[in-house]
Design a protein around this ligand. Structure first.
Ligand code: ADP
Length: 768
């Protein structure tokens, strides 16, 4: 008879035991045979067959018979009655032999079958209910249902029970059958309860995770409710809370958000009303009022844009054309900014106001940043926050004012930037305008990058001379030449007068300003390339009319030419007009200045002396050189007068020296003035000229021709000499100006002198 040692199995009589065929073989050393009778003995601890000793086995066993060996690797043993093991020997080949006697049960009370069935059903129910918590639970239901006794249930459940080997053996050792069943029942119920606690613990852990999710959901809910409350009572929202919301909603880049939260935490710790809190507050106020969101790229209709530009400004055809090109390129490239435009021209020519108009045409915000007089780098790039009273620079301040990340920003008077010991503002501007760098422009005050690449920059300047070349190289220059009288009249009619009426609040029918009046204002009361003065005069007329309308209870005021002087309360600028009669040695020159074109009279005089040359007036070094060239040239033109030059001093004066003139282009004027002096030939001031002259007498080209010719026309000049090489530039000059002037090209200085009938001794300029 085979002895089968088993570990941790509940051995109950009259039940089925399912075990793996392999473990049977391991523990017995033989293959299972159906119908084979067995003695099952319980091990005190788990041992292999080789190490098993007699004392490792409990003394009460169980008889059994193999009823099934299936192909799934399992076998079924039907257990019978209990047995007392009286003699047990383990041989050296590990086979076990036993002597066993049947051990009878005691039945203290007769088993109440009905009662036992109820108990069995209840137990099965408890097991099924418990198992239903698990995925495999539904499988057990049918299986458990087939079991016909509590013992069988216990045998089936055996592998899942927590109980120790001794607990299990004690059930086998229990002689009273009823008690044994009671114990089994109790053991199963206990196990179910223990499992429940285990599962509850596991569930509790799961709940911990759930708690985290719940917590974040709750937080979100609180935030939402807080926001609702804030919206309902904005007056109660604290600064800290306000900044918290603003930071959450601003859409800042990660660096900026990190910095803002850091400062906010400092503000929380500092509390309010401490010295530090003020600057923290200012910082947060600044960064949260910037727009950090990328604005949508809009496709601009070119015709619409043109319409807007035409509405706001008369004339400026070329400028508008260039702007439309820029818009077209931006549409194509899907960019919000393109090349940086630099508008150069005299004051009042519409440079700044067209910037505003461009913004309107593009449907974007407009902001103007004045750069005139900026000499400190920090004004562009901001002060570091460690300074007391630190502020952001003008660029970021402009962005804040605009309230968007893609405004049209006009950097006004870029030629008026100056340098100082506090760094070079131009180099800071270079960074602002450099498309490679300006997407991470870092203002010192903000200390975090901001993307300026969507900003459309437009710069304005009166003159290119003072703009540092690295800055100039970044920009595309567009010239604003100034307006002719006819253009000015048009601007006055279409724009300045309607705006002035509106500003003063009078109706067009209450004030009549005739075309003749406008012409007179333009010719006699202004002397400018732009329309600033004209605008001021018109504004004055409107204010004076407003007083007259009220004081004299009039319905309408008509401005009369005779009264114009009184109305405007100024002298006509007749003395700025050229006279008819000239004197020897005085010639009208044409100059280009930052305020547009201007005329200037070059005066020369000879006094007894020793051949000294004195130059007065506000002059640059270039001008001094030009005078030396001119003097040498004149000496060469009049070889017989060498004594005159030796025994006299020459004084050259540039009156109206308040505007710095451009030097070389006065060359031919100087030579002509000196020649006129030497030959004692007066020239009418109504002849004007511009041109550089070389030592061999040839006339070289100059710049700013349109502005100069307009100035000539304004001043009443009739005839001008210009370098022959500049004749091409006449394309850019308004027809009206060309009609008003006789324009003579000059190749050699002798062409000019000849035309003016100034006698010359040595026209070929040969050395003698
Ligand atoms: P700038 O910036 O060149 O000094 P502004 O843009 O300040 O000149 O212009 C001065 C005034 O003249 C503004 O009121 C502007 O509207 C007006 N103005 C200048 N040019 C024109 C024009 N072509 N059409 C209509 N108004 C003009």
């Amino acid at each position: 008879m085979t002895v089968l040692p088993l570990y941790n199995v509940i051995l109950v009589p009259e039940s089925n035991l399912y075990i793996q065929t392999d473990s049977y073989k391991r523990m017995t050393g033989v293959d299972p045979q159906v119908q084979e009778r067995l003695i099952l003995v319980a091990e005190k601890e788990k041992k292999s067959r080789e190490n098993l000793k007699e004392e490792d086995l409990y003394p009460i066993g169980l008889a059994g018979i193999i009823t099934e060996v299936n192909s799934n690797g399992y076998m079924v043993i039907r257990t019978k009655k209990r047995a007392d093991i009286t003699d047990l020997t383990i041989f050296s080949d590990h086979t076990i032999s036993v002597t066993a006697n049947k051990r009878e049960d005691i039945e203290s009370e007769p088993v109440d079958e009905e009662e036992e069935r109820k108990r069995l059903d209840k137990l099965k129910k408890a097991i099924v209910e418990y198992a239903s918590r698990f995925q495999w639970g539904s499988l057990t239901r049918t299986y458990i249902a087939q079991l016909s006794s509590i013992s069988e249930v216990a045998a089936v459940m055996s592998p899942w029970l927590y109980n120790s080997p001794i607990d299990r053996y004690e059930i086998l050792a229990e002689d009273d059958k009823n008690k044994r069943i009671d114990r089994l029942e109790k053991m199963i119920y206990e196990n179910i309860e223990m499992s429940k606690i285990g599962t509850e613990a596991a569930t509790a852990q799961e709940e911990d995770y759930q708690k985290i999710y719940r917590e974040s959901a709750l937080k979100k809910q609180i935030q939402y409710m807080q926001k609702e409350l804030d919206d309902m009572h904005p007056e109660n929202v604290s600064d800290v809370r306000r900044f918290e919301i603003a930071i959450d909603e601003a859409g800042m880049n990660p660096e900026a958000e990190k910095e803002a939260r850091k400062v906010l935490n400092r503000l929380k710790q500092e509390g309010q009303n401490t010295p530090e809190s003020g600057s923290l507050y200012d910082y947060l106020d600044f960064v949260t009022s910037l727009s950090w969101k990328k604005e949508e790229q809009k496709n601009i209709d070119l015709d619409e844009a043109q319409k807007v530009l035409d509405e706001d400004h008369s004339g400026l055809k070329k400028v508008k054309e260039r702007i439309i090109q820029q818009v077209a390129v931006m549409n194509f490239k899907q960019q919000q900014s393109g090349s940086i435009l630099l508008f150069v021209g005299a004051p009042g020519t519409g440079k700044t106001s067209i910037g505003k108009s461009i913004a309107r045409a593009l449907g974007r915000k407009y902001v103007r940043v004045a750069l005139g007089g900026v000499r400190d780098e920090a004004e562009i790039r901001g002060h570091r926050r460690t300074y007391i009273g630190a502020m952001a620079g003008r660029i970021m301040d402009g962005i804040r004012k605009a309230g968007v990340s893609n405004p049209v920003m006009v950097l006004d008077e870029i030629d008026k930037l100056s340098n100082s010991y506090n760094g070079d503002p131009a180099s800071a501007l270079l960074e602002v305008l450099d498309p490679e760098q300006n997407n991470t422009f870092t203002d010192h005050y903000m200390n975090v990058p901001y993307n300026l690449s969507d900003v459309m920059f437009i710069c304005t300047a009166n003159s290119l001379d003072t703009i540092p070349s690295p800055l100039l190289n970044r920009m595309e220059v567009i010239q604003f030449q100034g307006y002719t009288p006819i253009e000015k009249k048009q601007i006055a009619r279409d724009h300045l007068i309607p705006k002035a009426y509106e500003k003063v609040g009078i109706k067009p029918e209450q004030l009549v300003i005739s075309d003749e009046i406008i012409d007179t204002i333009i010719s006699d009361y202004t002397m400018e390339g732009g329309v600033r003065g004209l605008k001021k005069r018109i504004d004055t007329l409107c204010r004076v009319a407003a007083v007259e309308l009220q004081r004299n209870h009039k319905d309408c005021v008509t401005v009369e030419k005779e009264k114009l002087r009184d109305y405007l309360d100024m002298h006509p600028m007749h003395n700025n007009k050229v006279k008819e009669k000239g004197k020897a040695g005085i010639i009208t020159g044409l100059a280009w200045t930052a305020a547009g074109g201007a005329i200037l009279y070059i005066e020369t005089l000879m006094t007894k002396g020793k051949g000294k040359v004195t130059v007065t007036g506000q002059l640059g070094d270039v001008m001094k050189e030009s005078t030396q060239i001119a003097v040498s040239l004149v000496k060469a033109l009049y070889p017989s007068k060498s004594e005159l030059f030796e025994k006299n001093d020459i004084h050259i004066h540039f009156p109206d020296g308040s505007t710095p003139k451009d030097g070389p282009s006065a060359g031919i004027t100087l030579v002509t003035a000196l020649s006129s002096l030497v030959s004692d030939t007066p020239v009418t001031p109504q002849v004007a000229m511009t041109g550089e002259v070389s030592l061999n007498g040839s006339v070289n080209p100059i710049g700013g021709l349109p502005e100069k010719l307009m100035a000539a026309q304004r001043a009443g000049v009739k005839h001008v000499f210009i370098p022959e090489e500049n004749m091409d530039d006449l394309r850019d000059v308004a027809q009206e100006v060309k009609d008003a002037l006789e324009i003579t090209p000059a190749k050699e200085i002798t062409d000019v002198l000849g035309a003016l009938k100034i006698p010359v001794e040595n026209p070929k300029l040969k050395n003698e």
